[in-house]
Design a protein around this ligand. Structure first.
Ligand code: SF4
Length: 378
């Protein structure tokens, strides 16, 4: 199934859910948005995880300057131009305005204001300390209030706990799928689809896991194995194609659509011992030390996490991972830290390519050359 098929299939899915009376809540795809609360309230969470192109980026310039990150530009462009395969965006009932970064908050506010989509607010602290955790819990309760005002009934703790367990199980299965040794393009295609649909995709995910576990790459000595860190590779992006055309294979996605999502899992004992589901969500926020919306020590944590993944891979396969740090142009969070990340990892002997780009088609050739050169050189 190509992405166009996926998008039209997803449109049908959303239409059916709307006919059942469900409301759709969209948000820009990073970590920390409590999907479980949306699920417990009976909403469909719609993660904006679609890459852009020249037209989408250009269409956003009536609202924000071209020095906004290319992903946020494309999100605005999607709402202002509504290309054919994105008509499902007409079905969005609410938009979450959150503050993962400046571009996120600006783009979310613009989408809500100029495209007349009622907003829900969910703000996060950047720091991790006693007060920020209290603040996070306060925001969760406030978010719950906003949802309850819409649905007109209370969201029970039992319903939230059930949703937490459902998402937890789903993420465990995603992690299991992630660990298969298959082509990166196949892996990403299924991960993207799964994360777009959420736990409802679980039976399909399990059958893919079964199918691919019997068809894993046996002899990968000619493939140049890669880990992508930094910004996500969103739906409709051609980056993986370029890496594969250059002889590379992405074995791990250390990004929002990847590790950041399914590494955030609770142990069963933690779930069983915690009475209040909001405490579980606070705990997850506290433990999310590898996301870019986390200070202090994000970089140190990120370096040690990547180092661990690379070491484990070397021990398991005897192969060295090449690291591509994917930087969507004008992404402050990732670009600001890129020089330090590269320096730290290179000092430890890991090859790193800082690959900064936007979604313009004209860049394709240049990107391809840089990736080829990097994979050849190592
Ligand atoms: S600046 Fe980076 S973190 Fe913010 S919306 Fe863009 S890609 Fe996401």
């Amino acid at each position: 199934m190509d992405n166009l098929e996926l998008l039209s299939e997803y449109t049908l899915f959303l239409k059916e859910e709307k006919q059942k009376g469900k409301k759709v809540v969209a948000f820009i795809s990073h970590d920390n948005i409590p999907e479980e609360l949306l699920d417990a309230a009976g909403f469909i969470p719609l993660r904006l995880m679609f890459a852009g192109n020249d037209e989408l980026m250009d269409a956003s310039h009536d609202y924000l300057s071209p020095s906004t990150c290319a992903f946020a530009q494309s999100c605005i462009g999607l709402f202002s131009t509504k290309p054919n395969h994105f008509r499902f965006l007409d079905l969005v009932d609410y938009f979450i305005v959150s503050n993962h970064c400046v571009s996120d908050i600006c783009a979310s506010e613009i989408i809500s204001k100029y495209f007349n989509i009622p907003r829900l607010n969910f703000y996060l602290s950047y720091t991790k300390n006693e007060n920020s955790l209290k603040y996070f819990k306060f925001e969760l309760l406030d978010f719950k209030d906003q949802l309850e005002k819409i649905i007109g009934i209370e969201i029970k703790n039992e319903a939230l706990m059930d949703s937490i367990k459902k998402y937890n199980n789903f993420k465990k299965k995603l992690l299991e799928f992630n660990n298969l040794n298959i082509r990166g393009s196949e892996k990403l295609r299924i991960l993207q689809k799964a994360i777009l649909y959420g736990p409802i995709f679980l039976p399909e995910l399990e059958s893919y896991t079964l199918k691919f576990s019997e068809n894993q790459i046996q002899n990968s000595k000619d493939l140049k194995d890669v880990i992508i860190t930094g910004c996500s590779v969103f739906l409709n992006d051609y980056l993986i194609e370029l890496i594969e055309e250059a002889g590379g294979n992405v074995i791990s996605f250390d990004t929002w659509i990847g590790n950041n999502y399914y590494y955030q899992i609770f142990e069963e004992t933690v779930i069983n011992l915690t009475k209040n589901p909001f405490d579980l969500l606070v705990r997850r926020f506290e433990n999310n030390l590898y996301g870019d919306h986390s200070v202090p020590n994000f970089l140190e944590n990120k370096v040690s996490q990547i180092e661990k993944i690379c070491q484990n891979y070397l021990e398991k396969t005897g192969k060295k991972l090449r690291i591509i740090n994917h930087i969507i142009k004008f992404c402050d969070h990732i670009s600001l830290m890129s020089a330090y990340l590269k320096e730290q990892l290179q000092e430890k002997g890991f090859p790193v390519l800082n690959l900064e780009r936007d979604y313009s088609r004209a860049n394709r050739g240049q990107l391809s050359t840089r990736i080829e050169a990097f994979l050849e050189m190592v």
